[in-house]
Ligand binder design. Sequence first.
Ligand code: AMP
Length: 396
Amino acid sequence: MKTLQDFNFEDKKALIRVDFNVPLDDHLKVTDTSRIEAAKDTILKVLEDGGSTVLMSHLGRPKGKRNQAMSLKHICDSVSDIIGVQVKFVDDCIGEKVKKAYAELQSGEVLLLENLRFYNEEEEGDSAFAKQLSKFGDIYINDAFGTAHRAHASTTIVANYFPENKCFGYLLAKEIKAIEKVMQTGEKPVTAILGGAKVSSKITIIENILDKVDHIIIGGGMTYTFIKAMGGKVGDSICEDDKMDLAMDILKKAKQKGVQIHLPVDVLAADAFDNNANTKVVPVENIPDGWQGLDAGPDTLKLFKEVILKSKTILWNGPVGVFEMESFAKGTIAIGNFIDEATKNGAFSLVGGGDSVAAVKQFGFENKVSYVSTGGGAMLESLEGKTLPGIAAIMD
Ligand code: AMP
């Protein structure tokens, strides 16, 4: 498989699938440019070699219809500022206008195409549409991890038209390496910290990582299904009664495989799902009726700290409390601090999947962990052990 470094882009045009699905405010100004910044190195590699780039992305969910509020023209200035080159924009992603702009594209130039999802064919993975896109590059680069779990025309199908000339961009390569480090090559002990609301959404991840990790820390709303299954009283805490058998099965399998599961021992319980509710610390297996566990308790955090600090590879997915409310964010902040400390001591730490990144950004842990994944769903599917179509298409 070729990497970006294997190509010299001198006088070549690179068709790059980027993830420029950025948030816009009411005035259609970009409010968070991280996804554009994340694609910068790949774009600059092509330009510095003496090539040119055609950038394609989706923005929002226009559902196959033109929608000016979701036009990529709104992000041109931000891309130009970040790349340092005045970006050219064409208000379509296939057809005559694009053909003309492509023919006129000179080395050192960047052409941004209009939102791919103005066509239903993009999400349908339509081959004819992908073939038309493929005309706009000598080499195809996929650097959009956020959509790598979708077999869309621009993320997967288009790669078929570049049998030799395709590769991952730097960002996608970094994501793959980070996942490999946790799942295959990471130094032991490897610890996964799994939080979030429901067991049901994490079952496949837990089953997949049982063969790969030494410790699993379980926190957040998931806790109570395990505790109730083991005979505890969880009061009004979130609990999936129909998943209790599954929870017991996980505990059994973990034991067989020699994986240590660490569950909370105490929780911060509240008498309402409200930031201003009355709270008290109670044993996790004895939460009174009318009370619900909304954050990890102090003894739990001590226990989790010990495990985290002796880990050499750490995966963090999901908050250990309702971090959106200040009263129940302390546990999640503490976990971030323990991971920070472990990372400073030399551990490799990866945060990703679903809401974890939001929590990490909110509390400023972004630069304290080794790697923050840019793809919510794509990271979750990777952790579930699935082969992502966008990745497979480059490796084929
Ligand atoms: P997920 O997307 O599965 O990672 O879940 C994230 C959500 O889990 C966040 O919105 C948290 O507020 C929620 N959460 C974490 N702990 C609890 C809890 N003890 N009770 C209810 N919700 C929780």
